[in-house]
Write a protein of this length. Structure first.
Length: 712
């Protein structure tokens, strides 16, 4: 006892002291604290020749406290209400992002020589972003509120999916392996244990927490809930599962007391201390010789993380109605791995199914992405402008319409629509889940069923295999039919909700086709990408994701074809709208800024509502270019308002005529009335820039404006 005490105290003192010093330096350099803690681990580890050494085994024991407290805090923060609020947009993004990263991570891990089981753990580790890195970046205040909201919503979904991953990987690590039958048995037992813990816990824990809370002692409350955390974590361990999973369950139970926010505030300092020890422990495993030998693997996985997030989050965000700017900015902020990667890898290492060399590889990926993420966020504007200039103008108009339609669906008046849409989505998800489950069973037991059938009917294995394949297809086809039917119902419901009252029959047809195509693409990716990731270990070749992407590509081709017909309808609708706005603006000539944003449809007078020519036009605002304005004599391309804010100039009203859907070569004149079209946050930004006299591009350093990302 006495021999161990000073050792633990000395190690804890050294770890926290070095972590504190390196953390201060990192903070001064505007780097994430997680990076500082990993570097501190390298400093006190066995691979750097400096006279600061901590005992790796003792620090690893202390680090378990960090894992438990981090998972407990996530459980305390967990809220079904919060999950429901972010599901319509962030849910789609989270499913596509996690599925895509997991599939790509699995493929790269296999290519680098990992076993199937090890590749699954690596895929899971790569698919979850770091909440600690993201919140550290956001603390600097360099991200807009709409991007912050979008990113935090995706992180909520990722946390939920991470818990599901940990639960499934616990089954794999505890002996289920990849055999679907054995894994199903293990997961069923795990589900029963979790239901038992939650069922019994909900009857006891929330009441006890409320009773202790009413005693008014913060000290007693902290001791009690932390004791619950470690107690339920240890109970889960005794039952054969991870302490981390038990700690999460404890957090959920404590949150049900209704005092979760207060308790979270109290345990944050304790969590942060031991989370720092956890990351220091990870940093101590950084072996330069292993990193050098495995550097190609680490670089390949880093590329998967950065570009996988960039592609999946941007695409999913646009399909979720977040627009190009917010989606791309969110992708840049989420492009890293962190705490869950090490928890998942540690689970596999402790079970002996993942090599210890994987830990320093993931550490290298975490360090590299912790460096690249702040840089990407810092240069978000030039990156956005570069991407914006590469997109055709028609793309921006379609995306702008889609963003406005989603804004209408999120309004209070669309509650009935959201309810009908939720029903269709729920049924589609059930059909997709059952189809994936049947396919997984068929792939897992295909050889056994084929051989058994061949022996029973004295057929050849080829004939028996063909019969089993046909039977499997016949079982899945009704589910796919139901899935397609519910997706069509969803597209019809959404189209009815966004079509403007005053839209012509041709405009209505265009809107229905656009909504149908985008819903098909979204459904294909949101359900197909996770399904491809789940089935990948059971498939003999990586064909799942290419099939999903090919199907989505076919729907994208249809969308581009239908979007071609949108241009003429959009031009006609813009002309009708501009004439109506010009007539209405003459009634209010006292100000240069004439807002024509119309209230929700239920409160709009019939004569105004019937005059709206195209869904989404109700968000247009007019801005008159004053005499001597800085914007006068500039072309729209030089003004670069779309790239700087995301707002599109839809019309230009002049005494000598009307310009609709300008191309960018038009020169702004004093007295022109610009029809500005965009999301509310983007509109506020655009109006501030127009009135303030400088665009974001003009405020940037000359080096950036003259560089490869300079605006066209």
């Amino acid at each position: 006892m006495h021999g161990h005490g000073p050792g633990f105290v000395a190690d804890l003192a050294l770890v926290l002291a070095v972590a504190g010093v390196v953390g201060i330096v990192a903070r001064r350099l505007n780097q994430p604290t997680i990076l500082a803690y990993l570097l501190a681990g390298f400093v006190v580890g066995p691979y750097l020749p400096v006279p600061l050494f901590a005992d790796a085994e003792r620090v690893e024991t202390l680090a378990e406290f960090g894992v438990v407290l981090v998972m407990f805090a996530i459980g305390v923060e967990f809220s079904i209400g919060k999950l429901i609020r972010v599901m319509p947009t962030s849910g789609v993004t989270g499913l596509i992002q996690v599925g895509f990263l997991a599939w790509c991570g699995f493929a790269v891990a296999l290519a680098m020589g990992a076993s199937n089981v090890e590749a699954i753990f690596i895929a899971g580790a790569l698919s979850i972003s770091s909440t600690m890195v993201v919140t550290g970046i956001f603390a600097e205040g360099s991200v807009s509120e709409d991007v912050r909201t979008s990113v935090l919503g995706v992180l909520v979904i990722q946390d939920v999916l991470a818990i599901v991953l940990i639960a499934a990987l616990t089954g794999v690590a505890s002996g289920g392996g990849l055999e679907m039958g054995a894994l199903l048995i293990v997961l069923s037992k795990l589900g029963a244990v979790l239901l038992g813990l939650l069922g019994v816990g909900l009857m006891v824990v929330p009441r006890l927490v409320r009773r202790v809370y009413r005693m008014g002692s913060r000290e007693l409350l902290v001791v009690f809930v932390v004791g619950l955390c470690f107690g339920i974590g240890h109970l889960a361990e005794l039952l054969g599962y991870s302490v981390a999973l038990g700690a999460f369950v404890a957090g959920v139970l404590v949150a049900e007391s209704g005092k979760g926010e207060r308790i979270e505030h109290l345990i944050v300092p304790l969590r942060d201390v031991f989370a720092a020890v956890f990351f220091v422990s990870i940093g101590m495993s950084f072996n330069p010789s292993v990193v050098v030998s495995e550097l190609p693997t680490a670089l390949a996985l880093t590329a998967v993380v950065i570009f996988g997030h960039l592609l999946s989050v941007t695409t999913a965000g646009i399909l979720s109605g977040s627009g190009l700017r917010r989606s791309l900015a969110s992708a840049l902020a989420l492009g890293q791995i962190g705490e869950f990667a090490f928890i998942i890898a540690g689970l596999g290492i402790s079970a002996g199914v993942v090599r210890r060399e994987v830990q320093p590889i993931l550490l290298t990926v975490a360090v590299l992405t912790a460096f690249t993420t702040p840089l990407a966020v810092r240069y978000t504007e030039p990156i956005l402008r570069f991407v914006d200039h590469k997109m055709p103008s028609g793309f921006h108009r379609v995306v702008g319409l889609y963003e406005q339609w989603f804004a209408r669906l999120r309004s209070r008046s669309a509650a009935g629509t959201r309810s009908r849409a939720a029903g269709a989505i729920r049924l589609a998800l059930i059909d997709a889940a059952v189809a994936v489950l049947l396919l997984a069973f068929g792939l897992t037991w295909f050889e056994e069923l084929r051989d058994a059938l061949a022996g029973l009917l004295t057929w050849s294995t080829g004939s028996a295999g063909a019969l089993i394949g046909v039977a499997l297809v016949l079982l899945i086809l009704p589910l796919l039919y139901g899935l397609a039917k519910n997706v069509l119902v969803l597209s019809s419901v959404l189209a009815d909700a966004v079509i403007a009252t005053g839209a012509s029959s041709s405009e209505r047809r265009v809107v229905r086709r656009i909504v149908r195509d985008t819903v098909h693409i979204t459904a294909t990716l949101a359900m197909g990408v996770p399904a491809a990731a789940i089935l990948r270990p059971e498939l003999p070749a990586p064909i799942g994701l290419p099939i999903v992407l090919a199907l989505a590509g076919a729907f994208l081709y249809a969308l581009l074809r239908d979007a071609g017909g949108l241009e003429s309808e959009l031009r006609s609708g813009a002309e009708r709208m501009a004439r109506e706005l010009a007539r209405r603006s003459r009634h209010d000539s006292s100000t240069d800024l004439v807002s024509v944003e119309v209230p929700v449809p239920s409160s709009v007078p019939a004569e105004v509502r019937d005059g709206l020519p195209f869904p989404g036009f109700e968000a247009v605002q007019l801005w008159t270019v004053p005499e001597g304005s800085w914007a006068a004599s500039s072309t729209l391309a030089n003004l670069d308002l779309r790239a700087a804010t995301g707002v599109v100039i839809l019309t230009i009203q002049r005494p000598d005529g009307l310009v609709t859907l300008p191309t960018g070569t038009e020169t702004i004149r004093s007295g022109d009335v610009l029809g500005l079209w965009g999301a509310p946050a983007a509109m506020e930004h655009a109006l501030r820039l127009l009135e303030g006299g400088a665009t974001e591009a003009e405020k940037e350093p000359d080096a950036l404006r003259s560089g490869p990302l300079a605006a066209n």
